[in-house]
Write a new protein. Structure first.
Length: 251
């Protein structure tokens, strides 16, 4: 796990909760202990979390709320009036919190970087997904993407192009469409799993600080080994469980 991957994991970390028992968070916290820059980022993140908690704790329960709830026999008109006022009060609190959030979080981490994008696509593959189209026809997959204005003019490495497909789906990233192609390598799979190799294609301009070179970059993200490259304005992320050498067979 590198520094960017650790930040991706730690964005979900809430100090003082059971989050600290999660294996990925444990690994990211251990890396923060070794890297001063990441440790400083984590300190600021935890401080922002505590600031938000303190602000929420300052919200007082409206006077008479308990009595209003218990008093179910009050006239119908009064109940409607109270509920309307309570809704307005809650809405006002929410709007105030949203308006003040930039003051509490002046250094909010960016959530549109390449590392975040790659982490979220890997998360799609690992957490389970529903294929929009189940088919073993590459031509049908490309036609499906074309009809829905998702990236369809991708170029597959020769070995990957010879690998069996099982279907596809369209994912979303910052309002842009991501073409997800599902492959099966032939390795034994659990009964409920249809694919064990996934390719994500998006227009490179949609991902901030995406690699510009066509040189293939390998990185382990969570449980997957991934390889990333760019070609003709497209950003490719290919991932599977295994190691670099296993993944190289499909490039």
């Amino acid at each position: 796990m590198n520094r960017d991957e650790a930040k991706t994991v730690l964005l979900l970390y809430r100090p003082g909760t059971a989050d600290a028992d999660d294996p990925q968070i444990v690994e990211a916290l251990a890396l923060a202990q070794r890297e001063p820059e990441l440790a400083e980022w984590l300190r600021e993140h935890c401080a922002r979390q505590e600031t938000l908690r303190a602000k929420f704790r300052q919200i007082t329960v409206p006077t008479g709320l308990k009595e209003q709830i218990i008093s179910e026999q009050v006239a119908h008109e009064k109940i409607i009036h109270w509920r309307r006022n309570a809704i307005f009060a809650v809405a006002a609190i929410v709007l105030a919190l949203v308006a003040l959030a930039p003051l509490w979080l002046p250094h909010r981490p960016k959530d549109d970087t390449f590392a975040i994008y790659r982490g979220r696509m890997v998360g799609v593959a690992l957490r389970g997904y529903s294929m929009d189209l189940a088919t073993n026809s590459p031509a049908q997959i490309r036609a499906y993407f074309t009809e829905r204005n998702a990236p369809a003019d991708y170029v597959l490495p020769v070995p990957l192009g010879k690998t069996a497909v099982t279907g596809c789906a369209i994912q979303s990233w910052q309002g842009a469409k991501v073409s997800m192609i599902c492959f099966r390598t032939g390795r034994p799979l659990p009964p409920e799993q249809q694919s064990d190799l996934w390719l994500f294609v998006i227009d490179r301009a949609e991902v901030k600080d995406a690699p510009a070179a066509s040189v293939r970059q390998f990185a382990r993200v969570n449980q997957l080994i991934t390889v990333t490259w760019t070609d003709d304005g497209k950003l490719y992320v290919l991932g599977m469980k295994g190691d670099d050498e296993t993944l190289r067979q499909y490039l």
